[in-house]
Design a protein around this ligand. Structure first.
Ligand SMILES: [Zn+2]
Length: 476
């Protein structure tokens, strides 16, 4: 492994790699001049803040504790789930316990006297999670949501004084792209460049959620994001020394095909469940293309009824139970198979049923969903292969070019950055094979269960003692 002077990471939130060919000329030509990991995967749930924290720490949710984009902690947030997008909710959690329960790349860099700077256009909570101890480490994260929603308000003040007022958040987020472009190229990649420079673009994720994966708006925002990428490439080419560029996404997206009000349906069948629980509700739910089911009073007695209810419906996908409950809940798969098992984990998780059928744009991947977006628009969170497959393309001096189909994941990125910079870091993932292909062949493990006509399977890829989630399916 050859040391480099710096690593630049650019994230296209939600970018599924099978759209790169047509709409993003700069990214497309970069991909053919770099090493493209064609089987890179996200985490479960394939949600931004879970994925962000695995990216930042090199660990799975069982270790870092951001177990979902939203999860119920009734002692801290009453009447809804704790929303990890909210800086205020994360601050409440931090007042009680560490938000992230392991160290991150930021810690490893700081211990080696190195510096990370992030320019982040996603939610305030996602910006928090790219470097959760950023203030204590005296590093910098710029959040596009302003001074009041960040641990490093001085960074926002510095950037606003130089680049003008924060942009409007209209969708497609073209103004956000334009602003982030100016700041990243003009400030982060100019002068005293940090050891790790991270640019997190919120597109195409936001526009896909609002207009659909193949909409005209999606095409225009992808072109705009690709122009930003071209400008970053130009800026990198002007830097002295050796730079590695990692281009990635945090998850993919699939298209919503049928909306289901799970809260109403459960209540109609006598289960006291809600995503906005009142005193009468005993089970907390979340929304999207997957959900937790959490007993709000610590009594797991309703879990068996909830499992039966889920497995009797055609629109439910996979069902996972806390490992100690699996034996008493036939048909469930253990949470540990999807790398959960943290104190914060709910008793149950389920995904909405998904398929590889093509949507109206000709892209494979559709699912039932609980709400949060419009019918026919994009969503993610579940275990469909097109939600889980991420973009991961790396160009490093003297590194390999071409395509690598070995199993890799978000947990591998922080250890890769650490190794490139000669920094020690412990992680569940391993450095990506940038210079030599992996010697070992991977094995596929299929875990399946069935119960009373319901059956499901989860596929994992095993290599060098590590496991990566490949995808999962409801079978019958
Ligand atoms: Zn995302």
């Amino acid at each position: 492994m050859t040391d480099v002077d710096r690593v630049v990471v650019i994230v296209f939130d939600g970018l599924r790699p099978d759209v790169i060919e047509n709409t993003t000329p700069n990214l497309h030509s970069f991909a053919h001049d770099a090493l493209w990991f064609t089987e890179a995967r996200s985490v479960f749930p394939s949600m931004t803040r879970v994925a962000t924290t695995s990216f930042a720490t090199g660990h799975w949710p069982m270790t870092h504790g951001i177990v979902n984009n939203a999860f119920h902690i009734p002692e801290l947030v009453r009447g809804s789930a704790l929303n990890t997008a909210s800086f205020e909710h994360l601050s409440r959690l931090k007042a009680r316990e560490p938000v992230v329960t392991c160290e991150s790349l930021g810690h490893a860099l700081a211990a080696a006297g190195k510096r990370m700077e992030a320019i982040h256009c996603g939610s305030a909570g996602a910006a928090y999670l790219v470097n959760h101890d950023v203030a204590a480490l005296q590093q910098e994260t710029f959040s596009i949501h302003g001074e009041a929603s960040t641990q490093t308000p001085q960074t926002v003040r510095r950037i606003v004084s130089e680049y003008g007022p924060l942009p409007p958040q209209d969708i497609p987020k073209l103004a956000s792209l334009e602003y982030a472009n100016r700041v990243f190229v003009g400030s982060t990649l100019t002068g005293d460049v940090p050891d790790v420079a991270l640019l997190w673009l919120v597109e195409p994720d936001t526009t896909w959620h609002h207009f659909g994966l193949g909409s005209p708006e999606a095409h225009s925002v992808l072109r705009a994001a690709d122009e930003v990428f071209g400008n970053v490439l130009d800026a990198i080419s002007r830097l002295p020394g050796r730079t590695t560029l990692i281009t990635m996404s945090d998850h993919g997206q699939i298209t919503t095909a049928s909306e289901v009000d799970i809260t109403a349906a459960m209540q109609a069948d006598g289960l006291p469940a809600s995503h906005l629980p009142g005193p009468e509700h005993r089970l907390g739910l979340t929304r999207g293309s997957m959900s937790e089911i959490r007993s709000l009073n610590g009594d797991s007695g309703l879990c068996a009824a909830a499992c039966d209810w889920l497995m009797n419906r055609d629109d439910i996908g996979l069902v996972f139970a806390r490992d100690d409950l699996v034996e008493s809940l036939p048909g469930t798969l253990p949470q540990s198979l999807v790398m959960h098992g943290h104190d914060r984990d709910a008793e149950l998780y389920f995904t909405m049923r998904a398929s590889d059928e093509t949507d109206k744009w000709g892209l494979p991947g559709q699912c039932a969903f609980i709400s949060d977006v419009e019918l026919g628009c994009g969503i993610h969170g579940g275990l469909n292969r097109y939600e889980l497959t991420t973009t991961l393309i790396v160009k490093t001096p003297d590194g390999r070019r071409g395509r690598d189909a070995s199993p890799v994941g978000l947990v591998d990125i922080a250890p890769t950055v650490a190794e490139l910079l000669g920094v020690r870091m412990s992680a569940a993932g391993a450095p990506l094979p940038l210079f030599e292909p992996r010697a070992a062949l991977h094995k596929v493990e299929v875990a399946s269960t069935s119960h009373a006509g319901y059956s499901q399977e989860l596929r994992l890829n095993l290599i060098d003692g590590r496991a990566y989630i490949d995808h999962g399916n409801r079978l019958t």
